[in-house]
Write a protein that binds this ligand. Structure first.
Ligand code: GDP
Ligand code: MN
Length: 386
């Protein structure tokens, strides 16, 4: 679960991390409230969307006067921001964060992520902030420092101090810097985050460190332990189909192709996507109905796939282990009736109760093509989608 910068900054503040407070504005009229709260400019107006690269895309603007502030807020509110992280369709800006601008003399980069190979958190930090980290990683990987964190003990004080020194930060601020890195790690670990990023982390004129930007992503599987934070979810920022699927206990991920996939098991779903690509097609989604789906869940899955206007063909690939194939077949038949299925449907099935399922399908007036192997299913679906 991603959250907005302003929410991340509220969490940072709770952990005693240095951030500038500000006000979230959804309507232009609320700019006046921001002005009452923060009467002294200059200010920064920042688009609140769940994607980075806002600055370069025109979503972060400095305002020197009150008039300029109203103008910049009006420019950014309602604009569609296109950054490398939003995809070509961009993201509509529904909120901006208005915050007093900060003067600084240096930009750094700091983040905490999970190192899956070493099975521990790792701090990535660089004295060369300001640029996109992906770019730096590609062109100058030696400029990125890595500090591995013990998963139980956290970041040791000596590690934090070493990092401060190796980033070339002011010697007299070493306790402050070390405490900041330790807090970042504690926050990451306490809240089961999958990502914490401060880009840029800046050095103010007096040498103090300050978090100018803040990004936080919660690991969804850890959210059950952090119920207080669940309300931070912004449905506007999430894929409507993914939310709907989650409500019905289905794992669904939107992709950009045109073949809708209904599969049981994550491994089989990935193999199906690979097979589709192999035959020159492109999956519209990843959908795992799970091992114990009911006919109702399958109907829901179908509805979700069909609500995607890009879908040109549907591929059902089911291996009936725990999942009984007749249940799937009934779900398909019910869903097709309910939604008036008009798209080409390819079905490949194997496993428990296959005969019963086939019988159900052939007795129904559903139009579908039967495939006896995964390759054949993928090939048929790719052709049907053309
Ligand atoms: P991002 O582009 O989505 O990562 O948004 P950021 O919050 O990082 O802002 C983009 C850029 O705007 C920063 O890298 C800074 O150069 C600039 N910026 C943001 N806030 C301030 C501020 O308070 N003062 C100054 N001088 N620049 C700022
Ligand atoms: Mn940033």
């Amino acid at each position: 679960m991603k959250v907005h910068e302003y929410q991340a900054k509220e969490i940072f503040a709770k952990y005693g991390l240095p951030v500038t407070p500000g006000k979230v504005v959804k309507h232009l009229s609320e700019v006046e409230d921001a002005l009452q709260q923060f009467p002294n400019g200059p200010w920064v107006v920042k688009a609140q969307i769940h994607a980075g690269g806002r600055g370069k895309a025109g979503g972060v603007k400095l305002a020197k006067s009150e008039g300029e502030l109203r103008q910049k807020a009006s420019d950014i509110l309602g604009m569609t921001l296109v950054s490398p992280q939003t995809g070509p369709q961009g993201k509509l800006v529904k909120k901006v964060f208005i915050t007093p601008a900060v003067d600084y003399k240096k930009e750094l980069y700091a983040s905490v992520v999970l190192d899956r190979q070493r099975r521990c958190p790792v701090i990535l930090a660089s004295a060369e902030g300001g640029t996109e980290i992906e770019e730096l990683a590609a062109t100058k990987p030696q400029a990125i420092q890595k500090v591995y964190v013990h998963p139980l003990e956290g970041l040791h004080a000596y590690q934090a101090r070493q990092l401060h020194v190796s980033l070339g930060l002011p010697q007299d601020k070493i306790n402050q810097g070390a405490a900041l890195f330790q807090k970042l790690v504690r926050l990451f670990m306490d809240l089961d985050l999958s990502l914490l990023e401060v880009n840029p982390l800046v050095v103010l004129d007096n040498g103090d460190l300050h978090c100018l930007d803040a990004k936080v992503a919660f690991e969804d599987n850890g959210l059950a332990r952090h119920k207080d934070y669940v309300p931070l979810r912004d449905p506007d920022e999430e894929d409507a189909r993914e939310l709907q699927a989650a409500e019905h206990g289905l794992s669904y991920i939107s992709l950009d192709g045109n073949i809708g996939c209904l599969v049981n098991g994550a491994g089989l779903a990935m193999a199906t996507a690979d097979a589709i690509q192999h035959f020159g097609g492109s999956p519209a989604n990843f959908l795992d109905v799970g091992g114990s789906a009911t006919a109702r869940a399958v109907t829901q899955a179908f509805k979700i796939i069909l609500s995607d206007a890009r879908v040109r063909a549907i591929l059902v690939n089911i291996f009936g282990g725990i999942m009984k194939f007749d249940v799937i077949a009934q779900g398909i038949i019910d869903a097709a009736k309910e939604v008036g299925l008009a798209l080409p449907l390819v079905v490949r099935l194997e496993g428990t109760n296959v005969e019963k399922g086939r019988e159900l399908l052939s007795k129904s007036d559903l139009k579908y093509r039967f495939a006896s192997s995964m390759d054949e299913a993928a090939k048929t679906a790719v052709e049907a989608a053309k």
